[in-house]
Design a protein around this ligand. Structure first.
Ligand SMILES: Nc1ncnc2c1ncn2[C@@H]1O[C@H](COP(=O)(O)OP(=O)(O)OP(=O)(O)O)[C@@H](O)[C@H]1O
Length: 260
C-alpha cells in the first residue's frame, strides 16, 4: 500500500503500476503493454497518443477493468482492480467510471434524457436534479432531451454520451477516440465540453486519441510506443503534438519493418 504523506501531491484518480498485457500464446504473442507505470492525477485532462498498435486502447481497457493485466496492478483511487470479482468490476465501472466511446453507444429506443440517467437508474439511484440540470445545460441539450438518438446529429449524440458519463460524478471519465466519428466542428464542441468538465466541474478525464487537435485540449499528453511510455508533454499544442508524432514516424521508418 502507498500513502500520500505529502499534502501537496495530488492523489491519482487512476494508476498503472508495472503493468504488462500480453495477448496470445507461443509464437503469436503480442506484448500490448510492456511494464508501464503511470498515474493520472485528479482534476486533470490527460490525452494518450501513439502510433497505431502502440497499446493506447489496451491501457484504457486495463485501467477500466475491461481487460485483465498479465502482470502488475491497476488502481482506481485506492481500489486494486485485480482483487475484484467480475461482479464487483461491473459495479465499479457503473458507479465510479464514466465512458465515452467513438460510436456513442446510446440506446436507440430511449430518449436523450433516459439515456443520460440510465446508469444511475440501473444502480437504483435517482440523479440529483440540480446536478442533472447543470450537466444538461453544460452540454447544451435542454431542447433535445425528449429526442431519440436517431433524431439527433452525431455531435448531439456524443453530447448525450458526455452528459451520461458526467451525471454520475464519476472519479474519472475515460474517452476512447470520442471525436473519431465527428466532423471537426462537432468534435471541437465535444472536446470543449470535456475541457469544461475538468475546469468547471472538477472532473478527471483520460482520453485516447489519434488527433493532435484533440490532444491540444488536454493538460498533458502521454505518448505510447510499442507498449511503453515513450514521452510526456505538458501544456500541449496541436503543432507540438504533431511534431512529436512525426518523430515516431521517422523512427519507425528508420527501423524499417519490425517483422513478427
Ligand atoms: N485481443 C487481442 N488479441 C491479440 N492481440 C491484440 C488484442 N488486442 C490488441 N492486440 C494487439 O495489441 C497491440 C496494441 O493494441 P491496441 O489496440 O491497444 O493499440 P492502439 O494503440 O489502441 O491502436 P490503434 O491506434 O490502432 O487503435 C496491437 O499490436 C494489437 O494488434
Amino acid at each position: 500500500m502507498t500513502t500520500n504523506i505529502d499534502p501537496t501531491v495530488v492523489p491519482d484518480a487512476a494508476r498503472a503500476v508495472r503493468v504488462s498485457r500480453v495477448h496470445g500464446e507461443g509464437d503469436t504473442t503480442v506484448r500490448a503493454l510492456d511494464d508501464i507505470t503511470i498515474g493520472f492525477p485528479r482534476g486533470r485532462f490527460t490525452a494518450v497518443m501513439g502510433p497505431s498498435g502502440s497499446g493506447k486502447s489496451t491501457l484504457l481497457h486495463c485501467l477500466a477493468g475491461l481487460d485483465a493485466v498479465t502482470d502488475g496492478a491497476v488502481y482506481l483511487g485506492d481500489t486494486e482492480l485485480g482483487s475484484l470479482s467480475d461482479r464487483q468490476l461491473t459495479r465499479l465501472r457503473r458507479d465510479r467510471i464514466g465512458f465515452v466511446f467513438q460510436a456513442f453507444n446510446l440506446l436507440p429506443t430511449m430518449t436523450a434524457l433516459e439515456n443520460i440517467v440510465l446508469p444511475a437508474s440501473l444502480a437504483g439511484r435517482r440523479s440529483d436534479p440540480a446536478w442533472l440540470d447543470r450537466v444538461v445545460a453544460a452540454v447544451g441539450l435542454e431542447q433535445r432531451l425528449q429526442h431519440r438518438p436517431g433524431e439527433l446529429s452525431g455531435g448531439q449524440q456524443q453530447r448525450v454520451a458526455v452528459a451520461r458519463a458526467l451525471v454520475g460524478r464519476p472519479e474519472i471519465v475515460m474517452a476512447d477516440e470520442p471525436t473519431g466519428n465527428l466532423d471537426s466542428r462537432a468534435g471541437a464542441e465535444v472536446l470543449a465540453l470535456l475541457r469544461n468538465a475538468v475546469d468547471e466541474l472538477g472532473q478527471t478525464v483520460l482520453m485516447v486519441t489519434h488527433d493532435p487537435v484533440a490532444a491540444g485540449y488536454a493538460d498533458s499528453v502521454v505518448f505510447l510506443a510499442d507498449g511503453r511510455i515513450a514521452d510526456h508533454m505538458e501544456a500541449p499544442t496541436p503543432d507540438r503534438v504533431l511534431d512529436r508524432m512525426k518523430a515516431f514516424d521517422r523512427v519507425a521508418a528508420g527501423a524499417g519493418s519490425r517483422g513478427e
